[in-house]
Design a protein around this ligand. Structure first.
Ligand SMILES: C[S@@+](CC[C@H](N)C(=O)[O-])C[C@H]1O[C@@H](n2cnc3c(N)ncnc32)[C@H](O)[C@@H]1O
Length: 439
């Protein structure tokens, strides 16, 4: 608990109450709780002087929060530039999540009548705040594309996140253009080296040898396909739902002189019929599948593999018990519409139930925190270019979601795992499977 002395100016104090960084005590006075400093649009400030600064630049932010209490209103205000997080965003999040309304996972409660009353008595004239502003254009609207996880709506959800400009992604991800957790030999290894190590590890786990036929489900910008074909001499079919990804992936394949070996397609995994494949990689893709479609996903990949073929399923897991997906929280509205995180256990049960034998599970939770911090650094260091390549709102969304995700991995809320599987009916796996660690 941090304390400051003296009465804080009214408006900043009212905002602190709205955000729950300052909790009401007996209805009249307030007890300062969380080490964040708030600045209101009138220049007033409340909170410890050395704490991370959250700035409300416009009264419109408060209007949004009153209209859509909780994460949705806050997200809209942040994306619209009506709230700024100054300085170290990780420190600001850590402070906010340490107590108050942000302490609970999931959406926080709307304002209580007492809090509203306090707003009024601290001088905020609710009637003068104006009408509720329209949501920022970056907000997802996938509902209009039909049923959740229909092919059409999944395509719209993927387009929302991935078709926002390849140059923007290159700026954030760096030249490796890999959009999943890297594997770090140590924290100083550097993002590009860690991504290359991850791609190589995936190829070795799959036991790739020249001439094999490999499917990369959710191929992104083609980085795994390029590595597998270029270094291991395999034929790769890479599929993605993102048209922009496919365009750049094909260009990279051509530049690498690998068009004979790599075929990039815009195709849904449910529409794949050209098995059998010797091996399948699914890296950072199954988070998009959804619980309801999981059985179908497993059956589809199983059907596409030859007996004895390996599948590497690399995915984020939810470690914090059952989830109640709130469609109005920040991640589904702005980042991954219809994305669903499963627990590792749920995923493994489905894979085993679908006829796969688990050969190995490797947990990489801390590696994703390092990866996300590297992406945030890339974004923050090139902020003006990022805004120019997309929009101020999009750059803000990516900064917020990647920083929050890094803290989720650091705090153990989420994990990420490589699950290596084999389809029954073929050759026996080797007695020991850690041969890839030598590579
Ligand atoms: C987080 S990206 C990972 C990309 C790549 N594997 C990597 O590690 O860089 C997720 C990928 O899954 C793809 N994807 C999501 N749903 C899909 C579906 N139903 N069918 C095919 N690809 C899908 C997206 O288009 C995107 O390429």
């Amino acid at each position: 608990m941090a304390k400051t002395t003296g009465a804080a100016p009214k408006l900043a104090r009212a905002l602190a109450i709205v955000l729950g960084t300052w909790e009401l005590n007996n209805g009249r006075s307030a007890t300062e709780q969380i080490p964040v400093r708030l600045r209101a649009w009138d220049g007033s400030e409340a909170g410890p002087h050395d704490a991370p600064l959250i700035e409300f630049t416009s009264r419109r932010a408060l209007r949004r929060i009153l209209w859509a209490p909780g994460q949705l209103g806050l997200s809209r205000a942040y994306v619209a530039g009506e709230i700024n997080a100054h300085g170290d965003i990780f420190a600001a999040f850590a402070a906010l999540s340490s107590a108050g309304k942000f302490a609970e996972p999931g959406p926080f409660s709307p304002l209580t009548p007492r809090e509203l009353w306090t707003l009024v008595t601290t001088g905020v004239r609710l009637g003068a705040l104006g009408p509720n502003p329209a949501p920022p254009p970056e907000e997802a609207r996938v509902e209009k594309h039909g049923r959740r996880h229909s092919k059409k709506r999944d395509a719209a959800a993927i387009s929302h996140h991935y078709d926002v400009g390849n140059d923007f992604y290159r700026l954030v991800l760096g030249p490796s253009l890999v959009y999943s957790c890297a594997v770090w030999s140590d924290a100083e290894a550097g993002l590009d080296a860690a991504q290359e190590a991850k791609l190589d590890l995936a190829c070795r786990k799959l036991g790739l040898t020249p001439g094999m036929r490999v499917l990369d489900v959710g191929c992104g910008w083609g980085s795994f396909a390029l590595h597998a074909a270029g270094r291991f001499g395999v034929n790769v079919v890479g599929i993605t739902l993102s048209i922009e990804q496919a365009e750049l992936a094909r260009k990279r394949v051509a530049e690498a002189g690998l068009t004979e070996l790599v075929d990039i397609r815009v195709q849904d995994y449910r529409d794949m019929t050209d098995g059998p494949y010797d091996a399948i990689s699914s890296i950072g893709m199954s988070e998009h599948v959804g619980r309801e479609q999981l059985g179908r996903y497993v059956a589809q990949l199983h059907g596409l593999l030859r007996p004895g073929g390996r599948l590497l399923n690399h995915a984020i897991s939810w470690n914090a018990g059952p989830t109640e997906d709130d469609p109005d929280s920040f991640i589904p509205r702005y980042v991954f519409p219809d994305g669903e995180m499963l627990s590792l256990g749920e995923l493994v049960v489905a894979l085993e139930g679908g006829g796969f034998e688990v050969l190995d599970v490797e947990a990489l939770r801390r590696h994703y925190a390092l990866t996300l911090r590297a992406w945030v650094k890339n974004l923050e260091e090139q902020w003006d270019d990022a805004v120019r390549l997309t929009s101020d709102g999009r750059a803000r969304i990516w900064r917020l979601y990647m920083a929050a995700s890094a803290l989720g991995f650091e705090g153990g809320l989420t994990g990420v795992n490589q699950v290596l599987l084999q389809k029954a009916g073929g050759e026996e796996p080797p007695l020991r499977l850690r041969e890839w660690t030598a590579g």
